[in-house]
Design a protein around this ligand. Sequence first.
Ligand code: ADP
Ligand code: GLC
Length: 472
Amino acid sequence: MEIIHVSAECYPVAKAGGLGDVVGALPKYQTKLGHIAKVIMPMYRTKFLYNNEWELVHEGGQALGSQHFHYSVIKEKSNKLGFDLYLVDINGLLDREKIYGYDDDTERFMSFQIAVCDWLSKWSHRPDVIHCHDHHTGMIPFMLKYCYGFNHLANIPTVFTVHNAQYQGWMGWDKSHYLPPWDTWKGGLIEWGSSINPLAAAVKNSWKVTTVSNSYLDELKYMSNGLEKLFEYEKGKSSGILNGIDNEVWDPQNDNLIAKNYDIEEVGKGKRKNKKELCGQFGLDIDKPLIVFIGRLVGEKAADLLPESISSSIYQHHGNANFLILGSGEPEVEGSLEHLKDQFKGYMNTYIGYSEPLSHLMYAGADFLLMPSRVEPCGLNQMYALRYGTVPMVRSTGGLKDTVTDFGDYQGFGIRFNNADVWDITYSVGRAIDLYNNKKELYGWMRNYMMTLDHSWDSSANQYISLYQSLK
Ligand code: ADP
Ligand code: GLC
């Protein structure tokens, strides 16, 4: 099959979170299964762009409302990522350093999607499926059906994956003229709550909808930032396919971003070396359990609870655990964490920012990884932690619920709690300290057992293929 993935992120080209990891890995595993998988994404000005060689494959022009824009499509020459990678360049709109966060994101991603549809409409053959990811690509299934310039592609099946329904790409009806000439009788298919809603449009118009875990699929029907009724209505064409992880990138045996490589035989020693490096860099105590958090410092991840949970844990458990936080996001949370690090020197530290190398060292060197998320469609961090023998401490929600069991249950290997609140987190920190200090055998068993779990893409990549095949 020929599969076209369209996404705003793809690791290592451009990544802001798990979407990048998924789109950087899934096509590779689909290619390994004997299919042709291609990724089309915007051409941001990232290091990957400058460090690789490209060939021009297409140039075209389209309009965004009354503005004409020129676009070009370039292809990475060496197939470095294990699949064909295409970048769409639109001067003045996509040529920025960051992926998101600009005032004109609506214009940027609308013009990207229009360019993608226009380019696909010029192909001399048809791909078997177009797989769109998150709201930045959510208008494509509609445009392929109802924009007059593209609707000769209407019979190409489209699949849309909801990685995160919190962000929906809302825009007012005053921007409807951005769409290339379209059948305005079909306005209801892009609308939700009196505005144009690209995520809702994707759910309504794509042939199939997937979410990145089964539990998240259920949760969307009662908690999806306003789209609950839509997810309930479209449940017949929706299914959950759990993300995998790229075992080649996330491999403690071969990871060159960590201080010491290790396998299951040497997990104790290996982790200790990495912990030593980490504790050295951040002034923490190697003999105390090290609990880390890696992620966006936003409400979804319950990052606002971190400052109070950390201070409450340090007081209540007499400083018997250390904490290290890597992330960036809401300025208030960043500020409180920075403040706390002075107050609890030697007990907690932070790195405010984004650092891929530090994240690897933390998965390898930490004893526990905390994820108190309020919403977690899948979550990849906990699966990376499992692969590196780091015990996940997770709130039972979405993909966290589907991938982590509690050590109190039969063969359980993690710490689970029900509420995103300071009390549950503090209590779980107590359980972590107890496990680390007093239940050493169980702790050792868990660490080893976790490393035997298989969360690679092999099975999920196949599930997507079966889904595409059902659309033929
Ligand atoms: P989300 O996509 O919602 O942010 P995921 O758990 O799916 O959450 O994926 C997060 C990904 O982003 C992981 O690869 C994680 O290691 C990475 N990540 C998040 N924040 C940072 C950071 N500050 N520095 C480095 N990597 C980060
Ligand atoms: C989103 C979700 C996260 C998921 C990732 C990849 O960003 O917040 O839970 O793992 O997408 O699907």
